[in-house]
Design a protein around this ligand. Structure first.
Ligand code: RB5
Length: 159
């Protein structure tokens, strides 16, 4: 299993703890930054992790900011991303089982390190149940298709 992880300054310390924890378990971790506690903007790291997930560079992403809110909103703007902000283990396994979440978001100012590591283990240890949940996840993809503007690199095409 391969994980991409990213955080802003508020999530930097927790990111380092999660990295150590996963690497100890033999899980490969790609660190998308930030690399210090200096103030940065969380959307940059939410986007970098989300891109690694949709480009299949990794199996799952983990994003962290102070609350987990801003960085999960940013990650969820990338088509194909289902980022789940979890502060408890019930939400963490449900996010995988019911929502097929591919990114876990954490709030470093909300959960302590011990709980965060339990949430990470629970999320990565659970599997999507499919069935009726698959129909609902497909509907989410349908909303994305309806509202995401097609990307064109040619300015004239856009006009
Ligand atoms: C940074 O101070 C803080 O706003 C950020 O980490 C996050 O909580 C935003 O949602």
């Amino acid at each position: 299993m391969k994980i991409a992880i990213g955080a802003d300054h508020a999530g930097f310390n927790l990111k380092e703890e999660i990295k150590k924890h996963l690497e100890k378990k033999g899980i490969a971790v790609i660190d998308k930054g930030t690399y210090s506690a200096e103030s940065v903007d969380y959307p940059d790291f939410g986007e970098a992790v989300a891109e690694a997930v949709v480009q299949k560079e990794v199996d799952f992403g983990i994003v962290i900011c102070g609350t987990g809110i801003g960085i999960s909103i940013a990650a969820n703007k990338v088509p194909g991303i289902r980022a789940a902000l979890c502060s408890d283990t019930f939400s963490a396994h449900s996010a995988r089982e019911h929502n097929d979440a591919n990114v876990l978001a954490l709030g470093a100012r909300v959960v302590g390190v011990g709980l965060a590591l339990d949430i990470v283990d629970t999320f990565l240890g659970a599997s999507f149940e499919g069935g009726r949940h698959a129909r609902r996840v497909e509907k989410i993809a349908g909303i994305e298709e309806k509202y995401c503007k097609p990307q064109t690199s040619n300015k004239r095409e856009r006009e």
